[in-house]
Ligand binder design. Structure first.
Ligand code: DOR
Ligand code: ZN
Ligand code: ZN
Length: 353
C-alpha cells in the first residue's frame, strides 16, 4: 500500500453558499468536504445571496466562516457595475476580485465594457482578478488586463479554442494564468445522457471529446486545478436545474488518474493543486500541515456518502483510485479514515483583518 504524504491542497475556486443558501452547503459542510478531499485551504466565490459586493456582505461571510470553517479559507470579492472603489479598498481582506463576464448561477454579472475597464484599471495589482469568461469574453478580459499592466486569471477553461488562445497569449509573454476543473478533463457532453439533463447543467457546459483532448494536450499551460465545487441539492438539479457540480471529494483521485495515465508526473499534479495556486493567490504557508493519501485505495464515488450537503456527484458510480486517509492541519489531525474531527471555527481566514 503506497501512502503518499503530500502538502495540504489548495482549491482556488469553491462556492460554499454561506450565507444565503446554507441548505446547499455551509462553511462547516463545505470545509469538511474539503478536508475529506485533501484540501486544507479553499478560496470561496462571491455569488451568494446577497452577493459579496459590499463591506456588509463581506463582513457577514467573514463571520459565518470564522464560526464554522474547519479548513483554512480565503474569500474572493465580487465585481459589480458600481463597486469599483469599494472593491479596491477592501482588497487587503480578500484573495481576489471575481468578475462574471458571462451568465452563470445568480445575478452577479458584469455586462458593460466600462465596468470591466474601471475594475481592471483601479484594482490593486498585487491582488488577483479572476474572470468567469467563456469564448469571446476571454480575449476581452486578457486584453483589458494587459492594457492596464496587470495579471488576470481565467477560471475553468473548457474549450479547445480557449486553451489555444491562452497558450498563444502566454507565448507572447502576456501575464495570464488559468485553471481547469476536473469535470472538464474527465467528462464530455456525451456523459449527460447518463448523468441526467438537469444534473448535467454546469457553466461552462461540458465540452466535446476534442475539447477534453485539447485540455489534456495543453496541461503545460494550465496553472491550476480548481474544482469549481458548486453544490445544489438533487431536488434543485432535477427541478429548476441550476448549473454546478460538487467536486471537492472526487477531485484528488481524478488528478492522480492523470499521473497514472502518464499525462503528468506527480510533481506536476502537485504544482497545479498546491504550488501554483499558492503563488498566484498569495496563500501563506500552513505550518505542520500535510495530507496522507492511500494512492492504491479503490473506491466508488457515491454522493450519499459525501460530506457535501449536495449529496450527489456527476461521477456517481465511477471507480476511483486514491483516498485521503489523514489530514494534519497545524499539527492537529483534523480528518482520519472518513471522519472529520476539527472544531467548527478552527479553520483560519488567510487574510486576517
Ligand atoms: O456551473 C456553475 N455553477 N458555474 C458557475 O460559474 C457558478 C456555479 C454556481 O455558483 O453554482
Ligand atoms: Zn464560473
Ligand atoms: Zn464557480
Amino acid at each position: 500500500m503506497a501512502i503518499l504524504t503530500l502538502p495540504g491542497l489548495i482549491d482556488p475556486h469553491v462556492h460554499l453558499r454561506d450565507p444565503g443558501a446554507t441548505h446547499k452547503e455551509d462553511f462547516y459542510s463545505g470545509t469538511a468536504a474539503a478536508l475529506a478531499g485533501g484540501f486544507t485551504c479553499v478560496l470561496d466565490m462571491p455569488n451568494n445571496t446577497p452577493p459579496i459586493t459590499d463591506a456588509a456582505a463581506l463582513a457577514a461571510k467573514q463571520r459565518a466562516a470564522s464560526e464554522k470553517a474547519v479548513c483554512d479559507y480565503g474569500i474572493h470579492f465580487g465585481a459589480s457595475a458600481d463597486n469599483t472603489e469599494i472593491a479596491a479598498s477592501l482588497a487587503p481582506q480578500v484573495t481576489g476580485l471575481k468578475m462574471y463576464l458571462d451568465q452563470t448561477f445568480g445575478p452577479l454579472r458584469l455586462d458593460s465594457l466600462q465596468s470591466l475597464v474601471s475594475h481592471m484599471a483601479q484594482y490593486p495589482r498585487d491582488v488577483p482578478i479572476l474572470c468567469h469568461a467563456e469564448g469571446r469574453t476571454i480575449p476581452a478580459a486578457i486584453f483589458v488586463a494587459q492594457l492596464f499592466d496587470r495579471p488576470v486569471h481565467i477560471c475553468h477553461v473548457s474549450r479547445q479554442d480557449e486553451i489555444e488562445l491562452i497558450r498563444a497569449a502566454k507565448d507572447k509573454g502576456v501575464r495570464v494564468t488559468c485553471e481547469v476543473a476536473p469535470h472538464h478533463l474527465f467528462l464530455t457532453e456525451e456523459d449527460c445522457e447518463k448523468i441526467g439533463a438537469g444534473k448535467c447543467q454546469v457553466r461552462p457546459m461540458l465540452g466535446t471529446r476534442a475539447d477534453v483532448a485539447a485540455l489534456r494536450a495543453n496541461l503545460n499551460v494550465i496553472d491550476c486545478f480548481a474544482t469549481d465545487h458548486a453544490p445544489h441539492t438533487l431536488f434543485e438539479k432535477e427541478s429548476a436545474q441550476p448549473p454546478g457540480y460538487p467536486g471537492l471529494e472526487t477531485a484528488l483521485a481524478l488528478y492522480l488518474e492523470l499521473a497514472r495515465e502518464n499525462i503528468l508526473t506527480l510533481d506536476e499534479v502537485i504544482a497545479r493543486c498546491y504550488e501554483n495556486p499558492r503563488q498566484i493567490f498569495n496563500v501563506p504557508v500552513q505550518n505542520e500541515t500535510w495530507i496522507e493519501v492511500d494512492a492504491d485505495a479503490e473506491w466508488i464515488a457515491r454522493g450519499a456518502n459525501m460530506f457535501t450537503r449536495a449529496q450527489w456527484t456527476p461521477f456517481e458510480g465511477r471507480a476511483l483510485r486514491g483516498k485521503v486517509t489523514r489530514v494534519v492541519l497545524r499539527g492537529e489531525t483534523v480528518f482520519e479514515n472518513g471522519r472529520a474531527f476539527a472544531q467548527p471555527g478552527s479553520g483560519k481566514n488567510i487574510r486576517p483583518f
